[in-house]
Write a protein that binds this ligand. Structure first.
Ligand SMILES: [Zn+2]
Length: 506
């Protein structure tokens, strides 16, 4: 029996145009860079898109999996031209060397920006199409924060966006992409893509899917999927920190009937526009947030989320506004982390656990958002910074912080980490002996993903509006390339064209 040879690849970055940290090849190598068979060890059994691809394909007796290349880096500044070129070259070479491919599964993000490329995912798909030809089925998974452009659907109609935020359905979307690809390949199913781009770039703070406007959108998307001939509906919130012409929200409907697909996409776009104001949140500042946290009586910890410095939204993980105020207040039973500070970890390592050390904490990458905080600390514990996520977000995935130190400053515990990483999983703290559940206040460098693992163990969650590159206030950025006018920067009228029917006006 001739087997269907299906390639698997993963190229992932969310790029912040205003972050001072350029993303080099080293950042990809630190997070995840796997070639060929290494991909099995890294992803099999993980709740990731590639984990989903592998689980579906390995059940098919007539499929041969061809692992190509996986490269992912933590969200940060623009990807350097050099880093992108290295990865693209290796990706294309791996496809060439793979020989005949009958299908290709790609896990992409959709909000990558390269120094000299606004839409690298589109560029990459174009190059891949040139190599494999126009007829080989291809399917992608995309982040809910993808800044999707219409060009992407010219290469394949099969794109599957995450339907959860925190993104706990990466695996499921990997399964959906694989299943659709196999149907096209084996049963000759023909899919159509209908795409609507909206003139808006909502901030992500209120984009979680447990409640609020994105919850409504996803429920509507699921309802639409119940209809005949509608195969999949993706709702993309976009990533407003990418200063690119294709920034912002969009809707993509994969259908078996282009007319029905188009109508559904237009209806969804119209609904999306109607809930836009619900994405705007007014947040307390550092002092207000701390006052509120200290006023709450609860058995469970109160979380102060330092959202503007969330590494998964490209924060450097080393801003100090919240830290400085907490050190000053010296509140008992508090935990702050993880603060990106390899220099301080090195200083702790030199002194050794149990000893005192003078440290200049944080404020090194982004001093414009707050200078370093001078402290005398006790080194409690040191680690290599390696742990496995307990999940459900990125469950079982190995995380390497490139070193970690638990220090005590006054009555406060602080976790220092060797590379920027959101505090999305309690294992980040537990691996070094810190139990977040035992604290009264948790100050986390995080935004929304942490809720997946932390919500069961914490009480009230307070988002703090401190200065930082991932600030909720989009007016603080000087955009150059986004389309104008665009909401919420501009107050605009928008009308979705609905062919042959009444227009959806808002
Ligand atoms: Zn995302």
């Amino acid at each position: 029996m001739r087997k269907h040879r299906i390639g698997i690849a993963f190229f992932y970055h969310e790029s912040h145009s205003f972050s001072p940290m350029k993303t080099e090849i080293e950042q990809f190598r630190n997070e995840g860079y796997f070639i060929g068979d290494e991909i099995y060890d890294a992803y099999i059994g993980t709740k990731t898109e590639v984990g989903g691809f592998l689980d579906v394909l390995k059940q098919e007796r007539d499929v041969e999996i061809v692992p190509l290349l996986c490269a992912a880096a933590i969200p940060s500044g623009l990807v350097s031209t050099e880093a992108y070129s290295i990865i693209e070259k290796q990706m294309l070479e791996s496809i060439q060397q793979a020989g005949r491919l009958d299908g290709l599964l790609l896990a992409l993000h959709g909000a990558m920006v390269v120094e000299d490329l606004f839409d690298p995912e589109e560029h990459l798909l174009g190059k891949i199409r040139e190599l494999i030809g126009p007829s080989v089925p291809m399917a992608t998974t995309l982040d809910m924060h993808a800044n999707l452009s219409e060009k992407m659907i010219h290469y394949t109609p099969l794109h599957f966006g995450f339907k959860t935020y925190p993104h706990v359905d990466m695996y499921e979307q990997g399964v959906h992409a694989s299943t659709a690809l196999l149907k096209q390949l084996k049963e000759g199913v023909h899919y159509y893509a209908s795409f609507e781009k909206l003139p808006m770039m909502p901030p992500s703070i209120n984009m979680r899917t447990a409640e609020g406007p994105m919850h409504k959108m996803i429920e509507w998307a699921k309802q639409a999927e119940e209809e005949e001939e509608i195969y999949n509906v993706s709702v993309f919130g976009g990533f407003p920190y990418s200063d690119v012409p294709m920034v912002g929200a969009s809707v993509l409907v994969v259908s078996l009937n282009p007319q029905k697909g188009k109508e559904t996409a237009q209806k969804m776009a119209s609904l999306f526009w109607s809930v836009r104001e619900e994405f705007i949140m007014d947040l307390p500042g550092v002092k207000e947030g701390l006052d509120l946290a200290m006023s709450i009586e609860d058995d469970k910890p109160v979380v102060l989320a330092d959202i503007s410095d969330n590494p998964l939204s490209c924060g450097s993980g080393d801003t100090t506004d919240l830290l400085r105020e907490m050190v000053k207040l010296n509140i008992p039973d508090t935990l702050f982390g993880g603060l990106y500070d390899p220099e301080s970890i090195e200083a702790c390592r030199k002194k050794g656990a149990g000893n005192k050390v003078f440290l200049s904490l944080g404020g090194k990458v982004s001093p414009e958002f707050g200078e370093s905080v001078q402290v005398e600390a006790k080194v409690v514990a040191l680690s290599d910074g390696v742990f496995h996520n307990s999940g459900p977000f990125n469950q079982h995935l190995r995380v390497d912080l490139k070193g970690a130190a638990h220090i005590r400053v006054g009555r406060m515990d602080i976790l220092l980490i060797g590379r920027p990483m959101s505090a999305n999983d309690p294992e980040m703290f537990r691996h070094i002996g810190l139990e977040p559940q035992a604290k009264r206040i948790l100050a986390l460098k995080a935004k929304n993903h942490f809720r997946a693992a932390f919500e069961p163990i914490v009480g009230r969650i307070i988002y703090v509006d401190a200065p930082g590159v991932a600030s909720n206030r989009l007016t603080t950025f000087t955009y150059r390339y986004i389309p104008k006018p665009i909401w919420p920067l501009d107050d605009i009228e928008y009308e979705v064209e609905l062919r042959g029917k009444e227009k959806w006006k808002h």
